[in-house]
Design a protein around this ligand. Structure first.
Ligand SMILES: [Zn+2]
Ligand SMILES: [Zn+2]
Ligand SMILES: [Zn+2]
Length: 117
């Protein structure tokens, strides 16, 4: 019996993507943060052991459409011009690329390892 740390939440037991809430438990390990595997487990090649479903790297950020910047309406005041401020996109941190899917790997179920056969 080998104990492995949940790869998806990195052993925190919390949802790493805050999809539901900051306090949501990890959907992969149910908050236990560890798994017990009977057989010898090997690193999942599909997610490279991260437990996270790999997203196509060419998918652009849906928040800024790949621009890396978002225009934030200043709102409220009737300041000169009414031009919004341009901020670095909070979703992709200015990279313009979509981040990880936030879903557990389909091959290993988010554990990051698969049993050796
Ligand atoms: Zn977990
Ligand atoms: Zn973005
Ligand atoms: Zn995997």
């Amino acid at each position: 019996m080998t104990q492995i740390t949940c790869a998806f939440c990195k052993g925190t037991g919390k949802d790493p993507f805050d999809l539901l809430s900051e306090l949501a438990t990890c959907q992969v390990c149910g908050g236990r943060s560890k798994f017990e595997v009977k057989e010898q487990a090997i690193k999942c090649a599909f997610c490279k052991g991260s437990g996270i479903y790999p997203r196509n790297a060419r998918v652009t950020c849906t928040v800024c459409n790949g621009k890396g910047m978002v225009t934030v309406s200043t709102g409220g005041g009737s300041a000169s011009g009414g031009k919004g401020a341009t901020n670095k996109c909070p979703e992709c941190k200015g990279t313009g690329a979509a981040k990880d899917s936030g879903l557990p790997c389909v091959k290993c179920g988010g554990k990051g390892v698969v049993s050796k056969r």
